[in-house]
Write a protein that binds this ligand. Structure first.
Ligand SMILES: [Zn+2]
Length: 340
């Protein structure tokens, strides 16, 4: 939540943003696309700081000298100490407006209120920043209302939409925005952030960083929800020789995880992938802390059976995404895993 210098492993987006700032060519609308937890909102905050910091305005450095002069990287950093900086960091600067989904939707009345407030004069001397987080949650009415704003952009205002992928937004909106793509974070980066920012033990940080699929916030929430213990339980259960009754009970327990059920299937998928990968690339396994279990399973399972299990788990994930009955899907999956 600080300056551009604090955002990890997003060289390309930061290079683009700082180049726009240096040339004083910031587009009036940007889409930050990428999975959750990779720095999109932090980049929006960094931009707001940069465009509103009083120290930078006094030094006349906001637009710098223009192309061809000075080093290509790192524009001057916001002071984080003046009043606008402190307000932005505390989340209460009147010219930095943030809209979040309510429930799972951003509704038209939220966009109308935004347009009303943009019709008023800005509070400070800097530039107004509007962040619409998870912009794919706008319903069509809200999207169309926002489109009007994009067609006649208010002066001195920069609109930033964040989303997982631009294909989830109205094409008419995307075509009016500069697109900036954020990449998933390497697991080593997540691991070191978990240790320094969250104080996790090295081994725990290693496990959740590898489970998180490139998202720092997902890593933090997996840890807080106790997923290391849950993963251990799931892997122990699917590795024990089956008894039909126990299998039905396990299917029910898994189905009861509800919205966390896909995470459980990802655990199963990662485990079988590890067992398969172990023979060829032992350094690439995800569940490094379970190495003894993985070695033992690799000795006992044929590659063909592992591939069948991986396919069955992927198929179950697809069915769940298509709203299949969780309990039936789990019963079918467990039967297929045992039969493979
Ligand atoms: Zn400042």
């Amino acid at each position: 939540m600080l300056g551009f210098d604090q955002i990890r492993d997003q060289q390309q987006p930061i290079r683009l943003l700082t180049a726009f700032i240096r040339k004083d060519r910031l587009p009036h609308a940007l889409v930050f696309a990428g999975i959750d937890g990779v720095g999109k909102r932090s980049a929006a905050t960094a931009l707001a700081l940069h465009l509103n910091c009083e120290a930078l305005q006094i030094r006349g450095n906001v637009s710098a000298e223009g192309p061809g002069s000075g080093p290509a990287e790192a524009p001057p950093t916001a002071c984080r100490n003046c009043r606008p900086c402190r307000w932005i960091l505390a989340g209460n600067h009147p010219d930095v407006i943030r809209i979040d989904p309510v429930g799972k939707l951003i509704r038209i009345d939220q966009i109308r209120r935004l347009l009303d407030s943009l019709a008023k004069k800005p509070y400070g001397q800097g530039r107004r920043i509007v962040l619409i987080a998870d912009a794919h949650c706008m319903n069509p009415e809200a999207g169309n209302a926002l489109l009007k704003m994009l067609e006649e952009p208010p002066a001195n205002t920069i609109l930033i939409l964040t989303t997982n992928q631009t294909s989830d937004l109205l094409p008419t909106i995307v075509s009016r925005c500069q697109r900036i793509r954020f990449q998933p974070l390497p697991s080593d980066t997540i691991r070191s952030l978990l240790i320094t920012q969250e104080g996790l033990a090295h081994q725990d940080a290693d496990v959740v960083a590898r489970m998180a699929g490139g998202s720092y916030t997902r890593a933090v929430s997996l840890f807080r929800q106790g997923w290391i213990a849950r993963r251990n339980w799931i892997i122990r259960e699917i590795s024990t020789p089956p008894a039909a009754v126990a299998r039905l009970a396990l299917a029910e327990q898994l189905a009861n995880l509800k919205e966390h059920l896909p995470d459980a299937l990802e655990c199963i998928l990662n485990y079988y992938r590890d067992v398969l990968v172990w023979r060829y690339h032992p350094r690439q396994i995800t569940n490094r802390d379970l190495q003894p279990e993985i070695v033992q399973a690799a000795d006992n399972m044929r590659a063909g059976a592992l591939i069948d299990r991986i396919r069955a788990t992927q198929e179950a994930l697809r069915y769940l995404k298509a709203n299949a009955n969780p309990r039936l899907t789990m019963e079918t999956l467990l039967l297929q895993l045992d039969a493979a």
